[in-house]
Design a protein around this ligand. Structure first.
Ligand code: SF4
Length: 360
């Protein structure tokens, strides 16, 4: 029988110190001033990423996953702020106390980010070759010629045909898939230790999406980089992740190795996300959806934040906030059902009735 243990922050920190992970995020809180109060966009998030690992962060819009990613590079848009007590350690440095100069050296060189929409991240008045070469020049002592040659080589590595000619083109002259490859080339050109990718394939068709994911996987295998992939697409998770963090209402509600998450989801929210994925063996059937929406971050409910949408909710969920509890090897869930599993089967019938179905 599994005895659920609260994961204390001191244990988490001690474990992090013992393993010395590449990235260790501890008690991250990001807030924004809002009408009538404070929006808690990220509310006590702790996790680690090991070198060479791919960790996927999943959840609906508004659950805090993109803000978590931006925090890692200290790019939270003002007036948002990372609260005192948060800690982000990367390759031995606390990024939240680092000066601007050493932080700039880490950004781009050791840690880089791929954004969802390359047109907003690329400079429209510079050729793509110049933009990649600029990254090389800023962070290394390479000459203009050497930087240009590295840019062209990188464009070739990300699968762009005729890279010497493409390098002379401006972003608007390239297709969406090619622009995304340019973003990836910029993110990878200095062989960083960690790449954060926020919905990197959402705007692309499925063929290009598969190529981009394959490209990231190949680079990971070749250079040993770690990937933190933000996505709402569980197909991408199944294909890429070694470990998964499920976020809801600013918190991690489940964390598990990818196989365990798909085989035995322990949080009702994860269960709902998985039930909403179309499956080939259910063609003609009906897709489930999770009723309701993520509450606004100014009004996280008391007790369990998922309560209003949860078909298993019982009295305790209304007044006691669940802790992140151990359910298996490296598998944790923030749900009272971990301690009272019998309630899951008691609610099975009402669950089936409470999750409304939508046509596939
Ligand atoms: Fe549902 Fe209660 Fe678990 Fe929250 S704690 S997910 S309301 S069963």
């Amino acid at each position: 029988m599994t005895v659920p243990l609260p994961v204390s922050s001191s244990n988490a920190l001690a474990a992090a110190a013992a393993h010395d992970p590449l990235l260790a995020v501890h008690a991250l809180r990001v807030t924004f001033p809002a009408d009538g109060g404070t929006a808690r966009a990220v509310d006590g998030v702790s996790f680690t990423v090991e070198a060479g690992e791919t960790v996927c962060v999943v959840g609906e819009s508004g659950c805090g996953k993109s803000m978590t990613a931006l925090s890692l590079l200290r790019l939270v848009p003002p007036p948002g702020r990372i609260e005192a007590g948060s800690a982000i350690r990367f390759a031995g440095d606390n990024l939240l106390t680092l000066g601007d100069e050493p932080l700039r050296a880490i950004r781009g060189q050791q840690m880089s980010m791929i954004f969802q929409e390359p047109m907003t991240a690329l400079n429209p008045v510079l050729t793509v070759g110049d933009q990649i070469a600029e990254v090389v020049r800023v962070h290394t002592s390479a000459s203009r010629r050497e930087a240009w040659d590295r840019a062209v080589a990188m464009l070739r590595d990300v699968g762009i045909a005729d890279p010497a000619e493409r390098a002379k083109q401006y972003p608007h002259e390239l297709s969406g898939g090619m622009r995304q490859r340019v973003m990836i080339a910029m993110a990878l050109v200095l062989e960083p230790k960690l790449v954060i990718a926020d919905e990197p394939t959402t705007a692309l068709d499925v063929t290009i999406q598969a190529q981009i994911l394959e490209l990231l996987r190949a680079q990971r295998d070749r250079t040993g980089l770690a990937l933190l992939l933000i996505t709402h697409d569980l197909g991408v998770v199944a294909e890429m992740a070694s470990r998964v963090l499920v976020m809801y209402a600013g918190q991690i509600v489940e964390e598990a190795p990818v196989e365990a998450l798909f085989a035995t989801p322990s949080h009702p929210y994860t269960e709902g996300l998985l039930a909403a994925v179309p499956r080939l063996d259910q063609i003609g059937g009906r897709l489930r959806t999770i009723p309701g929406t993520v509450p606004p971050s100014t009004e996280w409910p008391t007790g369990c934040r998922f309560r209003a949408r949860c078909a298993y909710a019982f009295d305790r969920c209304a007044h006691e906030e669940p802790a992140l509890l151990q359910v298996g090897n490296a598998h944790r869930a923030r749900c009272h059902l971990v301690q009272e599993p019998e309630r899951r089967s008691m609610s099975a019938t009402s669950n089936a009735m409470a999750l409304p179905e939508a046509s596939s």
